[in-house]
Design a binder for this molecule. Structure first.
Ligand code: SAM
Length: 341
């Protein structure tokens, strides 16, 4: 009923503003950690609204810092909120919100990059993968150099239905520097189309919700910030192993301005390169002289399947890593700002 709905809505008792708390606790943003705080209540509310309805949901906020977005999540009626914060300096302000939240807020001190969220959500919230979206949301304004590796990690978890995604198609709303947000949603032929576009769009529906000017943050970063919403797809466009897809896409995009067959050649040793690349593009029925950024997901899908079929015939090729390519650390390589390189 409307009365129950109103009761579920959490009105926080009068608290010092996030801005005052930051002053009170001398929570100086640590520049090396790229801490940029958002203290404008209208904007934190807008971010939370853009995630869909958080009312009655269990939300996990990553990197709450002094708690601006945290407050908006509570105000918009989340049933439960778990925050994961790495920096213990924020504990006193988060504890204050916890006291005001009447048991709705749980604080986890830890690194979101290695945090398994499986244990924080009740199994009652689970939905089948092809069913309704579960009443769970992931929200966060993280440093840019954490947000990009995190989304890649989470896409892999989505592909495996691990971590939060044991509960079904949990949606995410995250901030990125504007240019990265634009790359995530870039369609075929777009100047920003890159490896990150394919990886994001393969496993998720990706929407760039809105942009916040850098000047809204304290301290002000050099760039504007894009809010991106991800809804996991029921079926990925390329329904193959994450590692295989990542390898094919990475090789093809290694030479962005050249024909796409040039990068695809990096999948094979030189002795077999010309023969196998020709086979790959002929069987996949893809024009090998398109540039990587012109290819549609359906074309990447056929190329990945053809590559998988070649591996079945010649399993030793799976281990082949061309030395021509840039050196790859971990799964993906980034510059210090978290930009893909
Ligand atoms: N969400 C707050 C806001 O919008 O004002 C703070 C934003 S600040 C850009 C990023 C926050 O993420 C900081 O509080 C920082 O300590 C935290 N953080 C950075 N790396 C993290 C990690 N690996 N795991 C958890 N929190 C992290």
């Amino acid at each position: 009923t409307a009365k129950q709905a109103a009761a579920a809505h959490l009105r926080l008792p009068p608290l010092p503003s996030t801005r005052d708390l930051v002053k009170l606790y001398k929570l100086r943003a640590v520049k090396q950690l790229s801490q940029n705080f958002l203290m404008d209540h209208k904007l934190t509310s807008k971010i939370v609204r853009s995630s869909g309805r958080v009312r009655d949901c269990h939300v996990c906020e990553v990197g709450p810092g002094p708690g601006g977005i945290t407050r908006s999540i509570l105000e918009q009626g989340a049933a439960q909120l778990t925050v994961i914060e790495k920096d213990p300096r924020f504990l006193p302000t988060l504890e204050m919100l916890k006291d005001a939240s009447k048991g709705k807020l749980d604080i986890e001190l830890g690194d979101v990059l290695s945090f398994n969220m499986e244990k924080i959500f009740s199994s009652d919230l689970r939905q089948p993968w092809d069913g309704h979206l579960p009443k769970i949301h992931l929200i966060g304004n993280l440093p840019f150099n954490v947000a990009t590796p995190l989304i890649i990690r989470w896409l892999k978890d989505i592909s495996l239905k691990h971590n939060a995604w044991v509960n079904g198609r949990v949606c995410m709303t995250l901030t990125f520097q504007l240019e990265v947000a634009q790359r995530m949603v870039a369609p075929p032929g777009h100047v920003q189309r890159c490896r990150l576009s394919i990886m994001c769009q393969n496993w998720c529906h990706v929407v760039h919700k809105f942009t916040i000017p850098g000047r809204a943050f304290v301290p002000k970063p050099d760039v504007d910030v894009g809010i991106v919403h991800f809804i996991p797809r029921i079926e990925p466009q390329i329904p193959l192993d994450f590692g295989l897809v990542e390898k094919v896409i990475r090789c093809i995009f290694s030479f962005r301005q050249k024909y796409c067959k040039r990068g695809a050649g990096l999948l094979f040793p030189e002795s077999q390169r010309d023969e196998l690349v020709e086979k790959m593009f002929t069987v996949a029925d893809v024009n090998p002289t398109l540039r990587p950024f012109q290819l549609a997901l359906s074309e990447f899908n056929r190329l990945c399947h053809t590559y998988a079929a070649i591996l079945e015939q010649q399993p030793s090729l799976e281990k082949f890593n061309s030395r021509e390519r840039k050196i790859i650390k971990d799964d993906v390589d980034y510059d210090s700002d978290g930009n893909e390189i």
